[in-house]
Design a protein around this ligand. Structure first.
Ligand code: ADP
Ligand code: MG
Length: 377
């Protein structure tokens, strides 16, 4: 079993704390993605798991065994980097076989393992080429092949698709997802791209400045972000955040008002909130609708407009200080400068306290209930 556990893992460079006490329990066979903005410590955390970086304190275990003091080669991991780090003078076959050759494996075993990796990654026709004769996507597959032949318990990927163009990123992403299904191995994957995280992960770790902000399934993070950072990071275009004030609190909702927002009922818990408190209302652009005057929560003028045919993005000023981004599906045509009335459903809205913590949503959306029932989180 290749469970991977981190307990109070910390890393400092001199006086600067980079990883500030990370606890994670990753299950055998899980695909876990570390996501967060550049510089938040994703690579550092992955390199500590790999043993390429010392940890300042805490414990890392693989398969129940503490690996803090083990060399990378003794940790049963294999790592794939953004830069493929292939040997330019060697063929694909020798690049894939390199680790096995160094460890003195018998030729028959090397041939069998390289053959199997080549089959899984569709590299059979390319085995006698040099890296310079390959495309970026093919080079990345060779780098993954080198990891596969080592039969690690845990695969570690650090932004493996960053050097590929957009189309190749999508197809290679699908190949990595398939590889995970075929091998059933534990995989930990680092990216700054939330779409990559959402599409690949069983569970996502959202990191901000060396702290885990949430660890959950993609739909859990989308529908039930625990704080404003996760709410803003997951989802594109970004969730709208509006300054509002608590007007009243009931058992099933909190009423808010402010910044171009008329009295609005939000289906979240009022626990810990006080009437009169300043809070932040969150609404995703895809949940904003264009409505008639009597059901409008806000109204404003379109100041930015992008029509893609099947959907439209616009930004509307709803007060001198507040604007809303909306993503409207369908072919309805809008104009720059047009007055629009906007409706939000209180069940789709989020509420965040000044410290960024989310008020619990009282009725989790159906998608979250399904995911929870399947036990995917
Ligand atoms: P990410 O992969 O999320 O972009 P990194 O893990 O590479 O971020 O870096 C996290 C932080 O640690 C950054 O602020 C970076 O400058 C710092 N850092 C990384 N390596 C070193 C090092 N060897 N010495 C000092 N600071 C470092
Ligand atoms: Mg990095």
């Amino acid at each position: 079993m290749a469970d991977l556990s981190l307990a109070q893992v910390k890393k400092s460079y001199g006086k600067v704390d980079i990883i500030k006490g990370v606890d994670l329990d990753i299950k055998h066979g899980e695909f876990v993605v570390f996501v967060g903005p550049s510089g938040c410590g994703k690579s550092t955390l992955l390199r500590m798991v790999a043993g390429l970086e010392d940890i300042t304190s805490g414990t890392i275990s693989i398969g129940g065994k503490v690996v803090n003091d083990l060399q990378p080669k003794d940790r049963s991991i294999a790592m794939v980097f953004q830069s493929y780090a292939l040997f330019p003078h060697m063929t694909v076959r020798d690049n894939v076989a390199f680790g096995l050759m160094i460890s003195g494996a018998p030729q028959a075993e090397i041939d069998a393992k390289v053959g199997e990796a080549a089959r899984i990654l569709k590299l059979e026709q390319l085995l006698d080429r040099k890296p310079s004769e390959l495309s970026g996507g093919q080079r990345q597959r060779v780098a993954i092949g080198r990891a596969i032949v080592r039969k690690p318990e845990v695969f570690l990927f650090d932004e493996p698709l960053s050097n590929l163009d957009a189309a190749l990123r999508v197809s290679t992403r699908a190949e990595i997802a398939k590889l995970h299904r075929d091998l059933g191995a534990t995989m930990v994957y680092v990216t700054h791209d939330q779409i990559e995280a959402m599409t690949l992960a069983d569970r996502i770790v959202v990191l901000e400045a060396g702290v885990v902000r949430q660890f959950g399934s993609p739909l859990e993070l989308y529908h039930m972000p625990q704080n404003q950072f996760v709410a803003g990071f997951i989802g594109s275009p970004k969730m709208n955040f509006l300054n509002v004030n608590v007007k009243s609190i009931s058992a099933t909702s909190v009423f808010v008002e402010g910044d171009g927002i008329k009295n609005m009922k939000v289906a979240v818990s009022g626990d810990g909130l006080k009437v009169g408190e300043d809070v932040t209302l969150g609404i995703r652009p895809e949940h904003v609708t264009v409505v008639d005057a009597k059901s409008a929560t806000a109204s404003g003028k379109i100041v930015l407009l992008e029509m893609l045919g099947h959907q439209t993005y616009f930004e509307a000023d709803i007060s001198p200080d507040a604007a809303i981004t909306a993503l409207i599906s369908g072919t309805q045509v809008f104009e720059l400068g047009q007055d629009v009335r906007l409706g939000f459903n209180g069940e789709d809205c989020h509420l965040f306290r000044k410290d960024g913590q989310a008020q619990h949503r009282l009725d989790p959306p159906a998608a979250v209930k399904i995911v929870r029932k399947r036990g995917l989180q």
